[in-house]
Write a new protein. Structure first.
Length: 344
């Protein structure tokens, strides 16, 4: 049987997909991928996909369609469709099909270790049914990660899964973490496969990602949609007041303001601005659109009001996109901090 690795996390957005992409790219072998229970719903071309499944199949050029490597999204529907035996049979069927054209199979679990437990599609259950090894990605504060590690050890021992090890992700200082916690982790009997430094560029989203997330119309600056947003400024005051604000003077900023605030928009176009989101579905004058096009500053038109757009942006998770070659290169470099021999 080919190697099967289930990637799980203790909390949402710990970096499972990122680790799969980075490790898969560096290993230099044919990677297979499946995500039994989708948790990031994407509706395109009248089909339901999981965002991560669509992303990974695109990055690795996999022949499997995203909807064919995910069993479902809704707990109630999955509970109705499968009992314990048919669920396991379906898992094995998908895995066997994918393995016909890969050297190693990566399986991504849901948003945390317990997600999918009611339908036996949580990470530990999937790892046991597929006879796969479990890799857990952790991120957060040192104290909470130590709690997570202790809980993980108890949970895995209780259910009998094969824990390959953990990857400690998004660390400010990996060397300090190892020096401080290595002995305690060793006492738990858990192997640390890698300690990965946090990279600020991975926490930033692009203007293109923002356009997709807000379902916004691109009015200008389409050629710069890959530009990252480094800071956010909500333009709810006069241009003169905004220009006195330190945040307005920062490079790579995103401006969120109503489409009729020409003073703010023009002031932003005179500075280093990553992009401008125009709210309330108010179209600015053609003169402003022309200035944005000339300055190559993305100008997005959103339907919602300024408050709701700002809230959406603030809540946004900077997901990886298939054309983010700079971020993928960073993930490849980050994967070198992981003991890749464990995956061969």
């Amino acid at each position: 049987m080919k190697p099967r690795i289930v990637f799980a996390s203790m909390s949402e957005s710990a970096g499972k997909t990122s680790m799969i992409v980075g490790i898969g790219r560096v290993l230099g072998v044919r990677v297979g991928y499946m995500k039994p229970m989708g948790d990031r719903l994407l509706y395109q071309k009248k089909r339901l996909w999981d965002y991560d499944s669509a992303l990974v199949t695109n990055i690795f050029g996999l022949k499997d369609k995203p909807e064919d490597i995910t069993m479902g999204f809704e707990h109630s529907k999955l509970g109705y469709m499968y009992d314990k035996e048919t669920r396991k049979a379906k898992l094995l069927e998908i895995a066997s099909r994918i393995e016909q054209s890969c050297d190693i199979l990566f399986v991504e679990s849901g948003r945390n270790l317990r997600y999918g437990s009611s339908v036996n599609l949580d990470a530990v259950s999937v790892a046991k049914d597929l006879e796969a090894k479990l890799v857990v990605v952790l991120a957060g504060m040192d104290d909470t990660m130590m709690d997570d590690l202790a809980y993980l050890k108890k949970s895995v021992d209780l259910h009998g899964a094969k824990l390959l090890g953990v990857i400690i992700n998004k660390l400010a200082d990996p060397e300090d973490f190892r020096a401080t916690h290595a002995d305690a982790i060793r006492d738990l009997g858990i192997e640390v496969l890698g300690t990965v430094r946090n990279t600020e560029a991975l926490t930033q989203f692009s203007m293109g990602f923002l356009a997709d997330m807000l379902f916004a119309k691109v009015l200008a600056g389409e050629e710069e949609l890959r530009r990252p947003v480094k800071t956010i400024f909500v333009g709810a005051m006069s241009a003169s007041a905004a220009q006195r604000e330190p945040a307005f003077k920062k490079d790579g900023k995103l401006i969120i303001t109503s489409g009729d605030r020409s003073d703010i928009i023009l002031a932003a176009l005179e500075t280093d601005t990553a992009g401008i989101v125009l709210t309330n579905n108010i179209l600015p004058s053609s003169n402003i659109i022309s200035k944005a096009a000339l300055a190559k500053v993305p100008l997005l038109l959103a339907h919602s009001d300024t408050f709701h757009v700002a809230k959406q942006v603030d809540d946004a998770v900077p997901l990886l996109t298939r054309d983010a070659t700079d971020k993928i290169a960073i993930l490849e470099e980050a994967a070198k901090a992981v003991d890749l021999s464990k995956f061969r």
